[in-house]
Design a binder for this molecule. Structure first.
Ligand code: ATP
Ligand code: MG
Length: 291
């Protein structure tokens, strides 16, 4: 059974709910080697965290092994998984600044068998400046890459998602130096493409100077509003610009998606039959199928 083979939205929702509840493991193909994606857009509130959290949750529910690295001092991804991230919690800060091992600082996400989170506490807000003042120039962008290389040499993971803050500072640069794939969530609203050029230039800079393997592999349309023409127009122009990098699945605006984090949950477990959950499952499946 596959939830997205059903032809009506209601049937899809019902099938997706069953899918998530039964935890039909093995439904998503595991990649030949670990895929590491950074979810980036310096524009705030476009759905980066929601995307990282729900794609990771979808994949973990399908039995894949997933690590989410919370690289945002706001710690929203940590909150969404119900993971502690008050000050002094070991997490991303310790990995970047004190070179602690990822395996030492990550925690298992409650309610999942194969999902781990490297939490971000507010300490991380100071990491930028600490890295700049204490770490040599040539080493500074590579702290995350080094930690991740060491981790992946020892631990088997299918997917790693890095949730970036809404800026193009040293944290995001560390993310771009550490991964091969960038996933850009684009909110379906009027100013959507503004700022994307700047992001693309930063990615190009990172590819030229830090990480020749870096590429934008995936674009996801978020907060699609089916009641307005504007969303459809934005989606068209994004598809025109980015071509087949844009996933077929677009994420609709959905109250359940917005509510889930306040319950310390992804929407995949909070309301698996909601339109948002169905869409994130479909997006996750597409990513695994695109390889
Ligand atoms: P920041 O730049 O602050 O890190 P972000 O890009 O990570 O933000 P999110 O935190 O994922 O964006 O989303 C911004 C807000 O929009 C949140 O309140 C979130 O719950 C809400 N939201 C995200 N996706 C949806 C959706 N599909 N439907 C309704 N609300 C959504
Ligand atoms: Mg965020």
């Amino acid at each position: 059974m596959s939830f997205d083979d059903e032809d009506t939205p209601l049937a899809q929702a019902a099938a997706a709910a069953v899918y998530v509840r039964r935890g039909l493991k093995g439904t998503f193909a595991a990649p030949a080697s670990t895929r590491v994606l950074t979810v980036a857009n310096q524009k705030g509130g476009v759905g980066k965290t929601t995307t990282a959290v729900n794609l990771a949750a979808s994949m973990a529910l399908a039995g894949l092994k997933v690590l989410v690295i919370d690289l945002d001092p706001q710690g929203n991804a940590s909150t969404a998984f119900g993971v502690d991230h008050q000050e002094d919690t070991a997490g991303t800060y310790d990995v970047l600044v004190d070179q602690e091992a990822i395996a030492e600082a990550m925690v298992a996400a409650p309610g999942f068998d194969s999902l781990w989170v490297l939490p971000a506490s507010l300490d991380l807000a100071g990491a930028d400046i600490e890295l700049i003042t204490t770490v040599p120039d040539e080493e500074r962008p590579f702290r995350l890459r080094e930690a991740l290389d060491n981790f992946l040499a020892e631990y088997e993971m299918d997917y790693v998602f890095v949730d970036c803050p809404p800026s193009l500072g040293m944290l995001t640069i560390n993310a771009l130096a550490a991964v091969t794939e960038v996933l850009i969530p684009i909110q379906c609203e009027f100013y959507a493409l503004e700022g994307v050029q700047q992001l693309l230039r930063t990615i190009e800079f990172a590819r030229d100077r830090l990480n020749p393997e870096l590429e934008v592999s995936t674009i996801l349309l978020t907060m699609f509003n089916t009641n307005t023409n504007l969303s459809a127009q934005v989606a068209d122009s994004v598809r025109e610009f980015f071509g087949d990098k844009v996933l077929t699945a677009a994420i609709p605006r959905s109250t359940y998606v917005a509510e889930a984090p306040s319950h310390g949950q992804s929407v995949m477990t909070y309301d698996p039959g909601s339109t948002g959950a169905v869409a994130y499952l479909a997006a996750a499946r597409e990513i695994t199928e695109r390889g």
